[in-house]
Write a protein that binds this ligand. Structure first.
Ligand SMILES: Cc1cc2nc3c(=O)[nH]c(=O)nc-3n(C[C@H](O)[C@H](O)[C@H](O)COP(=O)(O)O)c2cc1C
Length: 204
């Protein structure tokens, strides 16, 4: 049976591909804000929301970002590149911000204590790995939501994290789960190629 998606999220999942060439011209800030406001709705463990976004559209900075991304042409071609970072140090210093008011004040205090107890003693590396894994959720949201808004994206791990950190003034402890070039696509991406379900799913 052929699967025919009929819901917007399914259409985005089955329709999106990476785009590596973009139309010239700026991407209005409002469109990026609309996208990131939706991406920020992603769920995370304990609702920690460790994702932080640096939107780079300044041409000179983008040129230098392209160098840090081993010259990948989509960084220069795209009107903007979203640098997705996660920062667990920031999260842990502001747990009150993510404690849901619906819990009530005592519930919020209990929540903060539980997260401190779960994550507070982790070594920096383990903490940041945890944050980066949650960042992957935001990345998935970003790619899907951009597609549903008619925007093309090129997610990238091909970059030198130390150079990107230096360029953007990011702290050493901050992981960068991906760079995402974004804009109106100028060409079709590669045709989709995916595992069949029976290759990746077992039923017990
Ligand atoms: C986290 C991540 C990192 C990636 N890094 C790069 C990259 O550095 N350069 C690139 O051209 N494509 C990169 N890709 C794109 C993948 O090659 C692409 O998603 C995959 O081949 C599936 O194709 P599709 O995105 O067109 O569906 C990356 C994708 C992801 C999700």
């Amino acid at each position: 049976m052929t699967f025919s998606p009929s819901q917007p999220a399914l259409e985005a999942a089955h329709g999106r591909v990476s785009h590596r060439e973009f139309l010239p011209g700026p991407l209005p800030r409002e469109r990026i804000e609309e996208l990131l406001a939706a991406v920020a709705q992603a769920p995370s463990a304990y609702n920690i929301q460790p994702w932080r976004f640096v939107v780079v559209s300044d041409p000179d900075l983008k040129d230098r970002l392209a160098e840090a991304a081993y010259g990948q042409p989509q960084v220069r071609s795209a009107p903007a590149v979203i640098v997705l970072t996660t920062d667990m140090r920031d999260v842990m210093a502001h747990l009150d911000e993510v404690a849901n008011p619906a819990m009530g004040e005592a519930g919020r205090q209990g929540f903060v204590a539980r997260v401190q107890s779960a994550y507070g003693a982790l070594p920096t590396d383990a903490l940041e790995t945890l944050g980066a894994s949650q960042g992957g959720i935001a990345l998935g949201y970003l790619l899907l939501l951009a597609a549903s808004l008619g925007l093309g994206t090129s997610p990238m791990l091909g970059f030198d994290p130390a150079k990107v950190r230096a360029l953007l003034g990011l702290a050493d402890h901050v992981p960068i789960p991906a760079l995402v070039a974004i804009g109106l696509p100028a060409s079709a991406g590669m045709p989709r190629h995916r595992h069949a379900l029976d290759r990746i799913v077992t039923w017990r």
